[in-house]
Ligand binder design. Sequence first.
Ligand code: SF4
Length: 314
Amino acid sequence: MAYYRGICNFCGTGCGHLLRVEGNRVRGVYPLSGHPLSRGRLCVRGWHIHELLQTEDRINQPLIKDQGCFRQVSLETAIDFVARKIKNISGREVAFLGSPRASNEENYLLGKFARSVIKTNNLSLSSDAGQEESARVLLEGCGWPAMTGSLAELRQADFILVVGGDLTKQNPIIASEIHYAHRAGAFLATISPRKTQMARLSQVHLRPRPGTIFYLLQGLARVLADDRKIDLDYLSRFTVNSQSFIDGLKLVEIDKVVEITGIEKEQIARLAGQLAESDSAYAFYPTGVQSLDSRTMAALFNLFLLAGKIGRRG
Ligand code: SF4
């Protein structure tokens, strides 16, 4: 029997775990106490992730379709088969799909193979459009297609905004860290039409009409501008074209935002004020089937830029 360290790849949190291996089988999973985020915890999915390895539906040998039926082949035969097929196809005719469940190393190799060997950029590592959109918004916004804050520092945050989704179900260990931050004094706000568990914990729960979160975020940005709570020093040091964006906010009419979203002016002003006054602020939004659309993600990103919160500690 041996124990191996690993990272749970069931969701994007990436909790640390220990795999108990007997022979060539993983027989158990245990939390890793020294992991900076999960700190010795796993959610129920993480505790049972090894069971997926034992399911009968799992494909653990290459299959080739022959006259309408799959037949099992050796790895060498499968590689030879794919290599012969791929030789006669140009880079334009082929696409590669990676998986967020695969390891970094595996996806790196897939990318190398696609780009360097087959000479194609038809490569996607996203499991759904929501993640790809999120990565694009972040890449355009700050040149880094992934989260900008540190989950390991989440407990030190003093403002946390959860927009849409249901974090407690989707990323339970992150939700647990938010609970800790909240207990330590962080101001917690949720923007979601649904009464999620995170919303119940929040000091402020804004419930805009479904499909109107974008307008509410624009309204928050307008209030920051009107109340002179935009961090102009931060914008001048770290952004370009911010003045034209601020000028564009004049087109956002707060009365119209109230009418569209159903959220009162005072509630919008309170949340904008809390964000502006915080030192360390986090925003969480879902990807996947509950994903926000890209303009809503961009509005959230721009709101945090205006308040000068991106790229700071936390
Ligand atoms: S939150 Fe659960 S599913 Fe996600 S990485 Fe951690 S243990 Fe795995």
